[in-house]
Design a protein around this ligand. Structure first.
Ligand SMILES: Cc1cc2nc3c(=O)[nH]c(=O)nc-3n(C[C@H](O)[C@H](O)[C@H](O)COP(=O)(O)OP(=O)(O)OC[C@H]3O[C@@H](n4cnc5c(N)ncnc54)[C@H](O)[C@@H]3O)c2cc1C
Length: 405
C-alpha cells in the first residue's frame, strides 16, 4: 500500500457533546478535515452539568487529545486541587438502610471531570477556528455518490465524505439510519432520575459529603438509590465555595408522577418523597434551594442493533450508539473507545490498508456488540441495586467498576 493521500476527506460530526468533540480531536490530530454541527446556539446554551468518572478509558482519552487540550485537562476536574491517591481512586457504596460502607471499589487511574468543563476545553480550538457550526439541527441525510448531504432544520445544507452521528441518546442520525422506524427509538427504563446541584455557602453542609469520601459516594440496597459528589471547588480552603451534586434514582411505579421536570415544583416533589433516604444523602436534597437547580427525567436506553453504514459513509458513536443507564459509570468511557476506534478505522482507509465500507462496518459491528453488552449490564445492575438481597449479585460487588463490556 502506498499511503497516498488523493484529497483530505471531510468528516462531518453531528453533535458537539463530549463524544463528538473527542472524536474531532483524534481526527484532527490524524490530519482529517473535521467540522462539527450542533443544534444548540453555543457552548453556554445548556447550563446543566454533572460529574463523570473516567478511569479505565483514561489512557485512550488522553491519546486522542491535542497537546493544548491535554495540558488543560486537569482544569476539567471536579476538584482540581485534590491529590489522587489509591484511597481517592476507590469510591464507597453505602448500605442504603444502615449507612454502613458495603463495598469499596478500586478505580485505578480515576479522574472525576465535569461534562461542561471538559466540553469547554475540548471545544476551545474548534470554536476558535470556526469548525463548530452552532444552531444546526440535523433533519435529513442523503447519500449522493461518494458524498453525504446533510440538511438542517434552518434550511441550510452541507456535504461530507464521512458522517459520524454523536447526537446523544435521542439521536436524529440514528433515527434516520433506521428510516425513522420504532426500532431506533430509545425505550423508557421505568427508572426516574433526579439531580440537584446545591451550592450551600456553608462548610458544615459540605463536610458530611467530604467525610464520606473526597469525591463522593453512592447507596444501594434500597428502592431509592442515591449518590452525592463534590462537583466544583472554587477555593480548596473554603468549603463555603464548593458545589455538591446529588442524584436519586427510583422506580417510576413506586411514587406518584412528578408535577414538573425541573424548577421549584420538581424540587419540592423530591423533598416530599425522600424521607426514607439515609443521611447524609437526605440532607443534601433537603438543603437544596430553588436557585440551585433540580432536574427530573425518566432514563432511557437503547440496546444497539446493526445499522446501515451506507458503504462506510455514515455511522454512530457515544450515547447515539448506546444510550445506557448511569449504573457502572461507563457511558462516556465507552464513547472514548468509540472515538479511538473510529479514528483508527478512518486512518486505515486513508492509508490504503482497508476499504471504507469494510473498516467502518467493522467499527460499527464492534460498537454494536460492546454497546449492547454495556446497555444490558446497566439495566440489570440497576435492577439488582435496589434490593439488599441482590446487591451481592451486582457486577459492582463482583468486579467493582472494572471494564465489563
Ligand atoms: C448524571 C450522569 C452521570 C454520569 N456519570 C458517568 C460516569 O461516571 N462515567 C461515564 O463514563 N459516563 C457517565 N455518564 C454518561 C456520560 O455523561 C455520557 O455518556 C456522555 O456525556 C455522552 O456524550 P455524547 O456526546 O455522546 O452525548 P451528548 O452529551 O448528549 O451530546 C449530544 C450533542 O448532540 C447535539 N444534538 C442532539 N441532537 C442533534 C441534532 N438533531 N442535530 C445536531 N446536534 C444535535 C446536542 O445538542 C449535544 O450537544 C453520566 C451521565 C449522567 C447523566
Amino acid at each position: 500500500m502506498n499511503g497516498t493521500k488523493a484529497q483530505t476527506p471531510k468528516v462531518a460530526i453531528i453533535g458537539a457533546g463530549l463524544t463528538g468533540l473527542l472524536t474531532a480531536h483524534g481526527l484532527k490530530k490524524a490530519g482529517f478535515n473535521v467540522v462539527l454541527f450542533d443544534q444548540e446556539e453555543g457552548l453556554d446554551a445548556r447550563v446543566r452539568d454533572w460529574p463523570i468518572s473516567v478511569h479505565w478509558a483514561l489512557p485512550n482519552l488522553k491519546s486522542l487529545l491535542s497537546d493544548s487540550a491535554l495540558a488543560d485537562f486537569p482544569q476539567s476536574f471536579t476538584n482540581p486541587h485534590l491529590e489522587y491517591t489509591p484511597e481517592v481512586e476507590s469510591m464507597p457504596c453505602i448500605n442504603g438502610q444502615t449507612g454502613e460502607v458495603m463495598l469499596r471499589s478500586a478505580m485505578p487511574g480515576l479522574r472525576r471531570i465535569t461534562r461542561q468543563r471538559l466540553r469547554r476545553i475540548l471545544a476551545a480550538e474548534f470554536n476558535a477556528a470556526g469548525a463548530i457550526q452552532w444552531g444546526k439541527q440535523l433533519e435529513k441525510m442523503d447519500v449522493d455518490g461518494e458524498m453525504v448531504r446533510l440538511i438542517f432544520a434552518d434550511g441550510t445544507a452541507a456535504e461530507a465524505n464521512y458522517v459520524l452521528g454523536t447526537d446523544g441518546a435521542s439521536s436524529k442520525a440514528r433515527a434516520l439510519l433506521f428510516g425513522d422506524d420504532e426500532v431506533a427509538r430509545a425505550k423508557p427504563s421505568g427508572l426516574m432520575c433526579a439531580t440537584g446541584y446545591p451550592r450551600h455557602g456553608d462548610p458544615a453542609k459540605v463536610e458530611p459529603v467530604v467525610n464520606l469520601h473526597p469525591l463522593g459516594a453512592v447507596t444501594a440496597g434500597v428502592t431509592s438509590t442515591c449518590g452525592v459528589a463534590v462537583m466544583y471547588v472554587d477555593d480548596p480552603k473554603d468549603m463555603a465555595t464548593w458545589t455538591i451534586a446529588w442524584i436519586k434514582i427510583w422506580r417510576r411505579s413506586k411514587l406518584p408522577e412528578p408535577p414538573a421536570k425541573k424548577g421549584p415544583e420538581a424540587l419540592a416533589y423530591i423533598k416530599a418523597t425522600s424521607n426514607d433516604v439515609i443521611e447524609p444523602f437526605r440532607s443534601q436534597i433537603e438543603w437544596t434551594r430553588e436557585t440551585d437547580g433540580c432536574y427530573i427525567d425518566e432514563m432511557r436506553t437503547w440496546v444497539p442493533v446493526m445499522w446501515e453504514t451506507h458503504g462506510g459513509r455514515i455511522t454512530l458513536a457515544g450515547d447515539a450508539a448506546h444510550p445506557m443507564l448511569v449504573f457502572r459509570g461507563q457511558g462516556f468511557q465507552h464513547a472514548v473507545l468509540d472515538a479511538e476506534r473510529y479514528v483508527q478505522a478512518l486512518i486505515s482507509v486513508r492509508d490504503g490498508k482497508s476499504k471504507k465500507e469494510e473498516a467502518v462496518q467493522a467499527y460499527t459491528a464492534e460498537v454494536v456488540e460492546r454497546g449492547a453488552k454495556a446497555v444490558t449490564q446497566s439495566l440489570s445492575e440497576a435492577e439488582l441495586s435496589m434490593d439488599l438481597e441482590s446487591v451481592q449479585k451486582m457486577l459492582l460487588a463482583k468486579m467493582g467498576y472494572a471494564r465489563t463490556a
